[in-house]
Every structure is written in structure tokens, then in C-alpha cells.
Design a protein around this ligand. Structure first.
Ligand SMILES: Nc1ncnc2c1ncn2[C@@H]1O[C@H](COP(=O)(O)OP(=O)(O)OP(=O)(O)O)[C@@H](O)[C@H]1O
Ligand SMILES: [Mg+2]
Length: 402
């Protein structure tokens, strides 16, 4: 437990630790007034001290998320500040989250079970989208199962950190983030998103659930990010033989590089999930490869920004309302803040070496090679060699003249 942590938050008496993320620690508690079990998410003190505007936003957005009541969403009950700790009270979910489920089933879940979970999560996200809320951090640890097996999406609408934020906070808070499920457009221009970014992340989570590994791997977050932007996705059935081809195509469509190629909304996605389960054809049949639409120069710029922690636009969780029924109904606007980061804290624990992964990373390889070619060490070595060569030529010239 963090030093100075109060034993009680509002009417909630803390019992025990449930788990920790990059930005917060979650405790089991009993709500004295209501006599129910709850989960209390407490922002890490250091984070609220270092980024007070993030802490304020956490509360503001918890209040907005409290409006969402749906069977597939973890309800927010209360929030506030107790003895300097920013906290949020939510329903206690008495089962594992999907990342924990994957740790128990490292080869991946049964595909029918995974489909059932994703379908329910999609219903929770669809409800949020109908309230103009995009999640922005859909990932296995944010999909929880209760003891009846019902899937519930957590952390809906909460403030998310931005790329720039993670660079500094990873060092300051000693936590780690990974972009395993982040959409290409969220990486490139996070101020201009609609619900299809969540469909991508849900697809990436679906991929992890059925294959037992996230879609892309890399030695660093930057390599993973670059692959989301530019590498051809290895279809799930090639990574896990035996998966139905229509399922594999659906995941590829959810994870298409451009939002236009993806499902336009959750209705279309849910219809296809049902059709696939019942053996009928789907709109994704035959969908395998998504276009690599990012020019190398753009990719390099984004990688530079990630590497040096500069100039990545900000995440915005509560968009202005836009016409309902359209794919862009949950589009968002900038609010001017600059230090939030979309990386979650998860999944290095779930990383397993996977030699079978043969994703086409040609563009990535080229760009990284290009970056390497401008490595300052190489430049210094080249300059030194050049100077030595000049000296040698001068000495030879002097010797032949004498
Ligand atoms: N409502 C809840 N009921 C029961 N356990 C919860 C609840 N909310 C979170 N937890 C558990 O607490 C742990 C930490 O959750 P937290 O949301 O802080 O981290 P995370 O989802 O892994 O990453 P992130 O910080 O990006 O959201 C997780 O293991 C999660 O399963
Ligand atoms: Mg979470």
C-alpha cells in the first residue's frame, strides 16, 4: 500500500489490494452506506503531484463515466479526493480480467469463448459510443469477467496518458506502458478519433485472446508502434492453425490500417459476429491484407516523436456530440492539455517469445535501418575516418614531394 493511504475513501472501507496499473492502484472495499462490495481505484500519489491536471481530469471524466449504466460496462459509483489521494469507486467485478485469463491460458482461449467475450464488450462500447464516449484504451486488462461469465468493460472514458507522458512517467513512476492494442490513427493524430479506433483495439484484443499473443511484437514500444502503423498483419489463422478463416478475416477487418476499411459501427460488427458463429457469410470474408498507407517519411517522423517524447498530440476522452448513427459519432476535439498518454501499463507480463511470428515488417525494417544510418555514433566514426584519410593523403603527398 502507498504511504499515507487512508483506510477509508468516502464511505468505502478498504479491505485488500486487487491490482495495479501504470497510473493507479485498485483496492477491494466495502461501501458502508450501501453495504456492497466495491473497487476503489486510487491514482498514484506521485502522478497526481507531478500532473495535477491529469488528476483533475481523472475526476472530471469519472463523473461523466458515472452516467453510463449498462450490463457490459463497469459502473462508476463515486469519486473524490481523500487526504490528497484522487480516487474513483466502481462496481467490484468478482472474476478475472482477460489478461489474467490469458495468463491462465497462454495458448489463447477457445475461439467461441473469445467471440462471446468480444461480442459482449462490443455491446458495452456501443452503449458508450451512443453517449459520444470513446474508450481509447480497450485492451484485455480492461475487459473483466464476473462470476457469471458476463464481460464488462472497465475504465471507460477515463483520462488516458499520451505518448509524451509515458516517456517521462515511465522513469518517474517506474511503471511501464505498451502500445499493443493502439490504432494507427491514435498514434498519428490522437485528437481526431472516432469509435473505429476502439474497434481496432477491440480487434487487437480479440487477436490476443484467440492467438495467445498480441498482434505485433518488438524489442521496444517504438517497434510495436511502427508495426501498428506499417506492418502487414499476420492473419490469426496463420499464427494459430485451426482457427476458422471467417473469424480470422473479421479480426483483420477490425484491425485494418485505415478506419475506412474497418467496421463502420458496432451494429455491423455484431451482425458479422453472429453470422460467423452461425456459419453464415460475413462482410469480412476474404479480407486479409490491409493497405500500408503511411509514407516512410511520416513513419519516421512519428517514430522520432515517440523516441524523443515530443509533439505527440493529446488524447481527448469526451468528444463534442456529433450526428448520431454515423461512424464519426464519437469524434473528439482538442482541449489543449499536453501531458496525457494512451499507453496502458500491461502486457510485458503476457509477452512470450514467438518464433512463428512472420509479420511483414519490411517498411519498419527499412525505416529503422534508415534511422540507424543517421545514428550520431556512425557519423562521428565516419568523420574520424575522413580526417585520418586526409592526414594520410597529406603525409603521402609530403613524402613524395621531399
Ligand atoms: N472494478 C474492478 N473490480 C475488480 N478488479 C478490478 C476492477 N478494476 C480494476 N481491477 C483490477 O485492478 C488491477 C489494476 O487495474 P487498472 O485499471 O489500474 O490497470 P490496468 O487496466 O491493467 O491498466 P490501466 O492503468 O491502463 O487501466 C487489474 O488487475 C484489474 O483487474
Ligand atoms: Mg484498467
Amino acid at each position: 500500500m502507498e504511504q499515507g493511504l487512508p483506510g477509508k475513501f468516502g464511505k468505502c472501507v478498504i479491505d485488500r489490494l486487487l491490482g495495479q496499473g501504470a497510473t493507479a492502484v485498485v483496492y477491494h472495499a466495502t461501501h458502508e452506506g450501501l453495504d456492497i462490495q466495491v473497487a476503489v481505484k486510487v491514482l498514484r500519489r506521485k502522478l497526481s503531484e507531478l500532473r495535477p491536471q491529469y488528476a483533475e481530469r481523472f475526476l472530471r471524466e469519472a463523473r461523466l463515466a458515472a452516467r453510463l449504466e449498462h450490463p457490459n460496462v463497469v459502473r462508476v459509483i463515486d469519486c473524490g479526493v481523500q487526504d490528497g489521494f484522487h480516487y474513483m469507486v466502481m462496481d467490484y467485478v468478482d472474476g478475472p480480467n482477460c489478461l489474467e485469463l490469458l495468463q491462465q491460458n497462454p495458448g489463447g482461449l477457445d475461439w467461441q469463448e473469445a467471440t462471446r467475450i468480444i461480442r459482449q464488450a462490443a455491446q458495452g462500447l456501443a452503449f458508450a459510443a451512443s453517449h459520444n464516449i470513446i474508450h481509447r484504451d480497450v485492451k484485455p486488462s480492461n475487459v473483466m469477467l464476473d462470476s457469471t461469465g458476463r464481460a464488462r468493460v472497465s475504465d471507460l472514458g477515463l483520462a488516458k496518458l499520451t505518448v509524451k507522458g509515458i516517456v517521462s512517467l515511465t522513469q518517474e513512476l517506474h511503471t511501464v506502458g505498451t502500445p499493443n492494442y493502439m490504432s494507427p490513427e491514435q498514434i498519428r493524430s490522437p485528437a481526431d478519433l472516432d469509435l473505429r479506433t476502439d474497434i481496432y483495439s477491440l480487434g487487437a484484443s480479440f487477436y490476443h485472446l484467440v492467438c495467445g499473443a498480441p498482434p505485433y511484437r518488438g524489442k521496444s514500444s517504438m517497434e510495436v508502434v511502427a508495426q501498428h502503423l506499417s506492418a502487414t498483419l499476420t492473419p490469426p489463422f496463420k499464427r494459430k492453425p485451426g482457427l476458422p478463416a471467417p473469424l480470422s478475416s473479421m479480426i483483420c477487418k477490425m484491425m485494418a490500417k485505415t478506419p475506412e476499411e474497418r467496421y463502420r459501427d458496432y451494429d455491423e460488427l455484431s451482425r458479422d459476429l453472429d453470422n460467423m458463429l452461425e456459419g453464415r457469410s460475413t462482410t469480412a470474408d476474404g479480407f486479409e491484407e490491409s493497405k500500408l498507407d503511411i509514407p516512410d517519411a511520416d513513419l519516421r517522423r512519428v517514430l522520432d516523436e515517440l523516441a524523443f517524447g515530443t509533439d505527440i498530440t493529446v488524447e481527448h476522452d469526451f468528444p463534442t456530440p456529433s450526428p448520431s448513427g454515423s461512424a464519426a459519432q464519437a469524434s473528439s476535439v482538442a482541449d489543449g492539455s499536453t501531458d496525457l498518454d494512451p499507453f496502458g501499463p500491461e502486457d510485458f507480463s503476457a509477452y512470450r517469445p514467438d518464433e512463428s511470428h512472420t509479420g511483414d515488417s519490411t517498411v519498419l525494417a527499412e525505416v529503422l535501418a534508415e534511422r540507424d544510418s543517421w545514428n550520431p555514433t556512425i557519423i562521428i566514426v565516419l568523420v574520424v575516418i575522413g580526417v585520418l584519410a586526409l592526414i594520410a593523403v597529406a603525409v603521402l603527398a609530403a613524402m613524395s614531394a621531399s
